[in-house]
Design a protein around this ligand. Structure first.
Ligand SMILES: Nc1ncnc2c1ncn2[C@@H]1O[C@H](COP(=O)(O)OP(=O)(O)OP(=O)(O)O)[C@@H](O)[C@H]1O
Ligand SMILES: [Mg+2]
Length: 504
């Protein structure tokens, strides 16, 4: 349709949509439209309703009130396949890759190239998969199982799958949360190319700089309600924060700027946890680090730097090939995560799916560690719920209901619940891998507040992040990793983001 002008042509429209989940009103009379050829960002705090909105557009939620229009006519999608068939491709917040299948199979999930006899053309599939990934600047062995790659790489494959699916409308729900800055950069460049071809995109992220960079229009949601939709030219970061959170804007603006109270304290205890020339082939080598009681050691590096493999070895998920780990000065072998836990080491992985028990209530997810502490005692459910309720209040999980399925919480609120359990049973060493991934400004601040609290309780904390602001604002010392090696270990004094990124 070369004669239709981009931008004044509305492709998809929501009119007065309300979506309820039991007592929760996730969307409250929201109207929204998408113009052909635009990148339309949606911002809002955790739980604002962003994912719910795009799940309606993608045919996931079908029981809503209100109307959807597609190219001017009323439409109701019955399933995700229905939306996909109409050219709407969605990258969901929680990845939907199949770990046991190859990278190529994941890329072509449900639409493998077949020959006349209906047989999958593997050579063609591998070749195209390679080409697609190369266009995004990703080098993976497309025959290897998806599960053998790091989260960021999996995210890149998921992105590629939708970007190359031929969809006209592409919805990206937090596509960059596990990506390194250069990777996010490549994704943005690709989005710009798609935009030049009049493809239409919805982009959801908590990184407002990125919103300001790539958007044509921006919609703000708050508590399930539509606050405003503005052209980018009329927005700024502080305007968006103001709209997102209303009155509390000033305090929360502060959480966006680097805070440096963390490294003021020098009153740390003895070294609790250390590694000596720790190595794991093809992942990292010669890693020396140490962390004291009451200290936060930041570990910064891009994706692929080896941070997660290192964390996995520190928690017994993987075994190092060489070097040693010492706990309270004594060499230890952490044969499994069970052994790690017994030693008082706790780990919050970067993939949230690994740390929640979906299908179980929030309270169960919080008290699970508490349960093995008091095993042998008779425990009443009401006692369990009471303990959980206290922690839910303390960390600000929303909605503050211990009885709902944790899978029904928004991403940010799940993370708070995961951290809350370490307030119930305090470990000696706490390893946090990207603890603020996918969180809004307010929730990030809540989590970092919790980290400070853990620190005050005397835990030795390893804070792994690929966001420079997070390590700069919250660590006493920082280890920078690049390509599997430690390139710097420095006290966190007068460091800048640029410096950190240069060492990475
Ligand atoms: N399937 C569901 N069942 C029950 N409640 C749900 C369900 N999905 C979402 N909710 C609730 O709806 C509200 C909006 O959630 P949604 O996931 O849309 O938020 P979001 O803006 O995407 O947040 P985040 O930035 O944390 O991803 C939240 O209160 C959430 O708990
Ligand atoms: Mg969401």
């Amino acid at each position: 349709m070369a004669h239709t002008k981009p931008f004044d042509d509305i492709i998809l429209e929501l009119r007065n949509i309300t979506q309820r989940f039991g007592g929760v009103v996730a969307l409250d009379n929201v109207s929204f439209n998408l113009q052909r050829g635009e990148i339309h960002s949606i911002v809002g705090e955790n739980g604002a309703g962003k994912s719910t909105l795009i799940k309606i557009l993608s045919g996931v939620h079908t029981q809503y009130e209100g109307e959807m229009h597609f190219h001017g006519s009323p439409v109701r999608f019955h399933s995700p396949a229905d939306a996909k068939a109409k050219g709407i491709g969605t990258i969901y917040q929680e990845l939907s890759i199949v770990p046991s299948l190859s990278v190529a199979e994941n890329l072509f999930l449900g639409r493998q190239p077949v020959n006349k006899l209906g047989i999958v053309n593997w050579r063609q599939m591998y070749r195209e998969a390679q080409t697609y990934l190369a266009e995004l600047g990703v080098q993976l062995d497309v025959k290897r199982p998806m599960g053998s790659y790091a989260l960021g790489e999996q995210q890149m494959v998921e992105v590629a799958r939708v970007l190359f699916s031929g969809a006209d409308v592409i919805i990206l729900d937090e596509p960059t949360s596990a990506l390194s800055p250069p990777e996010a950069e490549r994704l943005f460049e690709f989005m710009m190319r798609l935009r030049a071809q009049y493809k239409t995109m919805i982009f959801i992220t908590h990184f407002l700089e990125d919103v300001m960079r790539v958007s044509d229009r921006i919609t703000v949601l708050k508590n399930g309600q539509h606050v405003t939709t503005v052209p980018k030219s009329e927005a700024s970061k502080s305007f968006l924060i103001q709209q997102m959170i209303g009155g509390e804007a000033e305090t929360l603006m502060a959480s966006y700027t680097i805070q440096s109270d963390a490294h003021a304290a020098d009153s740390h205890g003895e070294i609790v946890f250390e590694t000596n020339r720790l190595s794991k082939s093809r992942q990292f080598s010669g890693v020396n680090l140490s962390v004291r009681a009451g200290e936060v050691l930041g570990v910064y590096g891009f994706m692929g730097a080896g941070k997660t493999a290192l964390a996995n070895c520190l928690f017994g998920y993987e075994q190092p090939d060489a070097g040693e780990i010492k706990l309270q000065g004594k060499p230890v072998r952490i044969k499994s995560s069970t052994v790690a836990r017994k030693m008082g080491i706790a780990y919050v992985p970067n993939d949230r799916k690994l740390s929640i028990f979906p299908g179980k209530e929030v309270y169960k997810n919080i008290t699970i560690t508490y349960l093995d502490r008091i095993l042998g005692q008779i425990l009443s459910k009401s006692k369990e719920v009471q303990v959980a309720e206290e922690k839910i209040k303390q960390v600000g999980v929303y909605p503050p209901d211990p009885m709902i399925d944790i899978a029904h919480l928004s991403g940010g609120n799940q993370q708070k619940a995961i951290l809350a359990k370490w307030l119930v049973k305090t470990p000696q060493v706490l390893i946090l891998n990207e603890p603020t991934r996918g969180m809004d400004v307010g929730a990030k601040d809540d989590v970092l507040q919790l980290v400070r609290q853990f620190k005050q309780q005397g835990m030795a904390i390893v804070l792994i992040s690929s966001e420079p602001e997070i390590v700069l604002g919250n660590s006493d010392r920082i280890v920078v990793m690049s390509k599997g090696q430690v390139t710097q270990t420095v006290g966190n004094v007068d460091l800048t983001k640029e410096q950190l990124m240069q060492w990475a």
